[in-house]
Design a protein around this ligand. Structure first.
Ligand code: NAD
Length: 281
């Protein structure tokens, strides 16, 4: 039986759903895939030690790795090559070992794009306001502009992050497509927007609550969430109650895993059953 050895490097990844998503999908293909979590906190490795772990995994015969917070940028200098999307984004969430080389990919942006295409394909994409310009926000804003959104307005409680991301996106997509806005202008920007993308940790169990006042939502505004644990965040609940079209963060989580599974194994993932698995996990 063909077998694969894979894993995830990051901090605080004990509860990650990635092992189950990948291993269940391998079962459906009749191949054996083992997916280990290599938690830098448990291993006592500093984030800068990610290169040491990647080299060790390569030597031990791993086929590939997923990389998560806080190592997505730090890992780059330890790789032999970057796929175009990872090079553009300056972040890697998947490493494939092949022919003695370590190649970095990014499936977060493609994951969000597929989720959006599945859940909000016909939604208006003129102006989008995105809350959060961190790691997930960088991938999601890139995906939105690739999907044809006219303009993304970035709002982050750390204004420097919004400004830096807007500058990087402008360099990639040209002038007028991405701009930062101060949190104080959120109401005004949302009033003119077609959609809201939420890419901060607010709504996770460790960060309960809402990232903005519910009074800023209105029925014509679509709301896309990046948080996927829980799948139904307070923001999505409130938005649905108001009548907004919504997209949860589960699709992005599944499609990024599916794209990584394809890279690890060369097999075509069954995304329908993977989405159903996420609901059970
Ligand atoms: P991060 O810390 O890199 O970035 C979060 C950003 O949000 C920071 O810049 C912070 O200043 C900003 N922020 C926090 N509260 C805010 C608020 N109320 N308004 C505006 N900005 C605010 O975190 P990250 O890695 O980008 O992760 C964010 C969330 O995305 C997490 O919940 C993570 O689990 C989720 N995520 C989901 C997927 C998926 O596949 N669905 C993938 C990656 C990350």
């Amino acid at each position: 039986m063909t077998s694969y050895l894979t894993g995830l490097i990051g901090s605080g990844i004990g509860p990650s759903l990635s092992p189950a998503l990948h291993e269940r999908e391998a079962d459906r293909h009749g191949v054996r895939l083992i997916y280990r979590t290599l938690d830098i906190d448990v291993l006592g490795v500093a984030p800068e030690g990610v290169g040491e772990l990647v080299r060790a995994a390569h030597r031990l015969g791993f086929d590939g790795l997923n990389i998560t917070h806080p190592c997505k940028q730090l890992v780059i200098e330890h790789l032999d090559e970057l796929a175009p999307e990872a090079a553009e984004l300056g972040a890697v969430n998947t490493v494939v070992f092949r022919d003695g080389r370590a190649v970095g990919h990014n499936t977060d942006a493609t994951g969000f794009a597929q989720s959006f295409a599945r859940g909000l394909a016909d939604a208006p994409t003129g102006d989008v306001v995105q809350l959060g310009a961190g790691g997930a926000g960088a991938a999601v804003a890139h995906a939105l502009l690739n999907l044809g959104v006219d303009r993304v307005t970035l709002v982050d409680t750390d204004p420097a992050r919004a400004a830096t991301l807007a500058t990087a996106l402008t360099a990639r997509f040209g002038p007028g497509r991405a701009r930062p806005a101060p949190a104080g202008e959120l109401a005004e920007r949302l009033a003119a927007a077609d959609g809201l993308v939420h890419a901060t940790p607010t709504g996770m169990v460790a960060h309960p609550g809402l990232p903005l006042a519910v009074s800023l939502l209105r029925p014509g505004l679509w709301v896309a969430e990046v948080v996927y644990r829980p799948l139904e965040t307070e923001l999505l609940r409130e938005a649905r109650a108001i009548g907004c079209r919504t997209l949860d963060g589960g699709g992005m989580a599944v499609f990024q895993a599916a794209d990584a599974f394809r890279l690890f194994t060369g097999l075509e993932p069954h995304t329908g059953p993977m989405l159903a698995d996420l609901g059970d996990l």
